[in-house]
Design a protein around this ligand. Structure first.
Ligand code: FAD
Length: 453
């Protein structure tokens, strides 16, 4: 199946082929990289992989840049082994790509879906007349092929996507470069030449979460371990907040440090993999569908009419508890489970999946208006989660407000939007175990007591 997405055909003439590595920060199973090697081989031009530390990206905060740059060591080694050069720049992505590619014969791009990335792709295509190829392998089924419109729910996407999946499980295989380029343009801008990553870390943003290390080596290690030990128990274990039953792959998927196509192909047919593949493919690609076709994906206007109407009708209902953004941020509510979830996010940058639903629902209950609640949830998620600023984050928050869900029994504040409460958590899970787990994570993060913000 062809994953070539947007192409400007032009003869490849210049001093190099440039692959701008952005959404797929990996050398293992990276179709854009392998395509770039083929173009370099065919044109007999050296390949230069460009990585831009994008100061205008929503990912540009201290915690997420630190996790992302953990991965650059792995990328540098992976490319060096194959004799491929890595150039690193810092600044606005479009400006850096265009100035770096002035004499290049072709630009190869990988593919992300949020509006800032799509704007960058359009601008690059508009601003140069050399060959531009874009390769898609951060989803299993390319979203425009899966559906040509915004899907109503997981059920409507599932019906369309399920028969297509087996045709899209081929993942990138390694092509050897014929032209060596490593070190060809001097050392000044290469990863090895830039020195410590500390100099690139923005002041802004939460402290790095030491418990999670980024990079493709760590992603692959974690994935292999989950395949071997976790997959068979995933269906029963994933929802229990007190245990570690999820794969832990979302921060790596967010930065493209591992290929979801490779993950899906390797999981396919394994005992216990059905539930996992539902999350990795149907739910994750429903989120991509949402961000691709709904221009308001990160604000309240993204909601379906029924949800906005019912939440609007109940906006005047009395709230038993009201918290300011700062109180939420500091995990200063009356609810120990919610505080634990927020504490987990502050300390580790990755909240347990089931608790994310509870977390979002309670923000609705404790905010003056649903619009304010939506903004607070997006701001907290984007700022603290390593996997935030991602289609999954926006779809997950919108789900708490009724997106991709159906109307339920009407009640105060929520109207017909699904409600969750602490008793439900206690009925299903061992909540003291979760709270204890988070307390030890917070202590490890801070040494003593709650995390400093
Ligand atoms: C309010 C809220 C906020 C969320 N914010 C984010 C976010 O910022 N980033 C993020 O990646 N996910 C987010 N999710 C979705 C989900 O909770 C996480 O993807 C999951 O918990 C990540 O942990 P894991 O990789 O260990 O998941 P696993 O359970 O091991 O699942 C494997 C992969 O499947 C995908 N997946 C799993 N559950 C979902 C889901 N519900 N929707 C879409 N894809 C899913 C993810 O890519 C995940 O890495 C959010 C959900 C909610 C309700």
């Amino acid at each position: 199946m062809n994953r070539l997405r947007a192409v400007r055909d032009a003869p490849v003439i210049g001093d190099r082929v440039v692959y701008w590595m952005d959404a797929s920060q990996r050398t293992v199973s990276n179709l854009a990289l392998e395509h770039a090697v083929s173009v370099s081989n065919h044109s007999n031009l050296p390949l230069d992989v460009l990585f831009v530390i994008n100061t205008d990206s929503p990912d540009f905060n201290r915690r997420s840049v630190s996790f992302m740059l953990d991965g650059m060591d792995d990328v540098a080694v992976g490319l060096e082994e194959r004799g491929i050069n890595l150039s690193v720049r810092i600044g606005n992505a479009v400006q850096e790509v265009l100035s770096h590619c002035q004499d290049a014969g072709a630009i190869i791009m990988d593919c992300g879906y949020l509006r800032h990335r799509r704007r960058d792709y359009d601008e690059i295509l508009r601003s140069t007349d050399i060959a531009v190829h874009q390769l898609e392998d951060n989803v299993v089924v390319p979203p425009e092929i899966a559906s040509d419109k915004e899907e109503w729910s997981a059920a409507t996407l599932r019906r369309k996507i399920t028969p297509m999946i087996p045709d899209w499980l081929d993942f990138a295989v390694r092509t050897e470069p014929k032209v060596r380029s490593h070190g060809l343009w001097g050392d000044e801008h290469t990863w090895n030449g830039v020195g410590s990553i500390e100099q690139f870390l923005p002041e802004e943003g939460p402290r790095p979460a030491a418990s999670l290390r980024g990079g493709q080596n760590e992603a692959n290690r974690k994935w292999r371990s989950f395949l071997e030990k976790g997959m068979a128990h995933y269906t029963e274990a994933r929802n229990e907040p007190a245990s570690d039953g999820q794969s832990g792959m979302s921060p790596h998927l967010h930065f493209g440090q591992i290929s979801p196509v490779m993950m899906a192909a390797e999981a396919w047919g394994l005992p216990g993999s059905e539930t996992f593949l539902e999350e990795l493919i149907v739910r994750r690609e429903l989120a991509v569908n949402f961000t691709l076709y709904n221009g308001h994906y990160d604000d309240y206007r993204c909601l379906p009419e029924w949800a906005a109407k019912t939440l609007g009708e109940h906006a005047v209902d009395r709230r038993e508890h009201l918290y300011t953004f700062k109180e939420l941020e500091r995990a200063e509510t009356h609810d120990p489970y919610w505080n634990a979830a927020q504490g987990e996010m502050l300390a580790t940058g990755k909240m347990h999946g089931y608790m994310r639903m509870y977390w979002g629902k309670k923000i609705i209950e404790w905010s003056e208006t649903p619009e304010q609640a939506f903004r607070a949830a997006v701001d907290l998620n984007d700022r603290y989660e390593l996997d935030g600023r991602d289609p999954n984050g926006y779809a997950g928050i919108a789900w708490c407000f009724g997106k991709h869900d159906r109307p339920w029994k009407e009640r105060p504040v929520f109207g017909k939007v699904r409600y969750m409460n602490a008793r439900g958590l206690e009925r299903k899970f061992f909540m003291p175990g979760y709270v204890d787990r988070v307390i030890s994570m917070m202590e490890a993060f801070d040494g003593d007591g709650p995390p400093k913000i």
